[in-house]
Design a protein around this ligand. Structure first.
Ligand SMILES: [Zn+2]
Ligand SMILES: [Zn+2]
Length: 297
């Protein structure tokens, strides 16, 4: 084994405050506009001063619908192409499984990037960076979000990127399995925020089917993702199934990339300097979820 981070090599730490400050005030890309009486919003809402920002707006629903339509259109193109060719559906299934696996890796890379680099003022990704920083400060908040509120950002990306991808594949006369790969990859990336939310949810609130899928490793487990929210806050970034977390962490892939970036640019990832002990997830689990998190430690 080898130690890569300068902090562990006794290089002096460099404190950067802006993102942490942003995390204390921003938990989502949505503007916080609490106007209702928290006492009237029920126990879970009362525990959340940012309650209104966790609800879905019509824009959230519209983007989620657009992303869903793009995925369904791509899947339809794949199925109709396979039917017209009279080909076996086996390659489609193989492509879908491969896409599901690579989507887990992709979410890990993206999560690592927004956790560690950029700021809320970064172009395009600033809102996502702020949201992930806010998530680290108050992890359980994600379980209070409405589904479209939670999924709309990635659904928006799918709505923009998947149709031109399908057009390019069609223009290149790509096989049906290529469309199946694109559609499944997009669907898994969009839904990664749902599997992420489930990884923070209390066992008693999760449907039995979700618990079974988490136990089987089909969805990232609460125990595995819980380790991402424990010091040193630099492991287990993948949030679809978590199948890549073991190898990425064992071989310190992200740590090696951080060193390459640091020695080439001088930019330090936030995980070296800006994590805080109070980010530990068990400290922010509300009273309703406390006491049943034996598998998340
Ligand atoms: Zn994170
Ligand atoms: Zn999380």
């Amino acid at each position: 084994m080898y130690a890569l981070t300068p902090a562990r090599c006794n290089l002096p730490p460099l404190r950067r405050a802006p993102c942490r400050q942003a995390a204390s005030t921003t938990t989502t890309s949505t503007t916080i506009t609490t106007t209702q009486n928290p006492a009237a919003l029920g126990r879970r809402a009362a525990a959340n001063p940012d309650y209104d920002s966790l609800r879905s707006t019509w824009q959230h629903r519209a983007w989620t619908a657009a992303g869903t339509a793009a995925v369904l259109s791509s899947l339809s193109a794949s199925a109709s192409l396979a039917a017209s060719d009279g080909a076996s559906y086996a390659p489609l299934v193989v492509s879908a499984v491969a896409a599901y696996s690579l989507a887990d890796l992709a979410t890990g890379v993206y999560h690592w990037l927004v956790d560690n680099y950029g700021s809320p003022s970064t172009a395009v990704f600033g809102a996502q960076i702020a949201a992930f920083q806010g998530h680290h400060r108050v992890p359980a908040t994600i379980t209070h979000r409405d589904p479209c509120n939670n999924l709309h950002a990635l659904a928006c990306a799918a709505a923009f990127l998947l149709p031109p991808t399908d057009l390019a594949l069609s223009a290149a006369h790509a096989p049906a399995s290529a469309h199946a790969f694109a559609a499944t990859f997009a669907a898994c990336v969009v839904l990664s925020q749902q599997s992420h939310a489930w990884a923070h949810e209390s066992r008693r609130r999760l449907p039995p089917a979700v618990l079974a899928l988490q136990a089987a490793g089909v969805l990232v487990s609460r125990a595995q993702h819980g380790r991402h929210h424990r010091p040193p806050y630099d492991t287990n970034y993948c949030i679809v199934s978590g199948m890549w977390n073991g190898v990425l962490d064992q071989y310190r892939v992200f740590e090696a990339l951080e060193m390459v970036i640091f020695f080439r640019t001088g930019i330090r990832p936030r995980s070296w300097d800006e994590t805080q002990a109070e980010w530990r997830e068990e400290d922010v689990v509300d009273a309703a979820t406390a006491g049943d998190d034996a598998d998340s430690s």
